[in-house]
Design a protein around this ligand. Structure first.
Ligand SMILES: [Zn+2]
Length: 323
């Protein structure tokens, strides 16, 4: 459960936001005329929808379930078909406050590992443990088509298309984080929510980046909604304003319906939070307005569209080739 951050922090961000709003609007106008390369059309929303369908077969995909391991195996197998040079796992045991141990796995796929310039493209693949916001069935499994299969689908389809295109100037690390839905109740409305996988990765950054930190990180979550409206997220602007502008400019040119330059009125914590805290300019791409389906049994594939996924995926592809 990515969470809205408290109001005191919001106040401190107010000045930054006011400045960012002006900047975004200025560049958005100019970017509308930008030409989009035809190759980004290789990114196929129908294929991404099929990925979501595959992942839903493993529901529930929360830690300690068979579906969790099936999702890991599926992601590794799909990434092995791409031009990723190495598909590795970062494994550890998380001990909860009852002393129970949970096997956790981040999946890291590296393109051009010898390239010293690194960019992280990330999402989480773990699923919330039960549909706690469902009025009728709060203990039922949560399918999680949008939260979190949509992000996984975007990365997998992007990896497929990257394998067909010339190498970008940067080396890409695709990271599928575990445990974004938190420790205590593994997402079921835990008031002390915090992500597990991205902070663990951030604490062990030197294992993957012995010399220099990655230049930037982009994180996807909840990006398949039929009514997709992506707005810049405030904590992302604090961490990586230039990158947010670059991404939204590309998005507004490619899919103006899906990208808004109106800033989300509250900061959201997600896997970008730990990466930003580790000193990597990091931003989140999310449509957090997903009522009444958010974390209910109704988070199903019929709420998603190929068009929305294409808006996000083609923008990401374009972004990865921008200077
Ligand atoms: Zn999520």
């Amino acid at each position: 459960m990515m969470r809205r951050v408290g109001s005191s922090r919001l106040k401190r961000l107010a000045a930054v936001l006011a400045a960012a709003q002006v900047l975004l609007l200025q560049v958005a106008t100019a970017s509308a005329q930008q030409k989009v390369e035809s190759k980004i059309e290789l990114w196929d929303g129908q294929r991404a929808m099929a990925r979501i369908g595959e992942l839903l077969r493993f529901t529930p995909r929360s830690p300690d379930t068979p579906g969790h391991q099936e999702a890991i195996d599926y992601i590794k197998a799909e990434m092995a078909k791409t031009s990723a040079d190495a598909v590795t796992t970062q494994r550890w045991a998380y001990k909860d406050d009852q002393g129970k141990s949970h096997a956790m796995t981040n999946i890291i796929a590296r393109f051009q590992p010898a390239n010293p310039r690194r960019v992280i493209v990330a999402t989480h693949y773990d699923n919330i443990v039960r549909a706690y916001r469902d009025a009728a069935n709060p203990n039922a499994p949560m399918p999680g088509a949008n939260n979190s299969a949509s992000g996984v689908a975007v990365l997998l389809e992007t990896a497929r298309v990257l394998s067909l295109l010339p190498k970008p100037a940067v080396g890409i690390d695709m990271i599928f984080f575990d445990g974004e839905e938190g420790p205590k109740s593994l997402g079921a409305g835990d008031p002390d929510w915090m992500a597990l996988g991205s902070p663990y990765f951030a604490e062990h950054l030197g294992d993957y980046y012995p010399a220099n930190k990655p230049e930037k990180a982009v994180v996807f979550d909840m990006v398949c909604d039929k009514d997709l409206e992506l707005k810049p997220e405030p904590s992302s602007l604090v961490s990586a304003m230039a990158e947010v502008k670059k991404f939204w400019n590309a998005g507004i040119a490619i899919a103006p319906k899906a990208f808004s330059s109106k800033i989300t009125p509250y900061p959201i914590s997600d896997d970008h939070t730990a990466l930003a805290a580790a000193g990597i300019p990091s931003f989140l791409v999310i449509d957090f307005e997903y009522e009444p389906f958010f974390n209910t049994t109704q988070d199903t594939i019929d709420k998603c569209s190929a068009e929305s996924l294409e808006a996000v995926g083609r923008t990401l592809l374009q972004y990865l080739y921008l200077p």
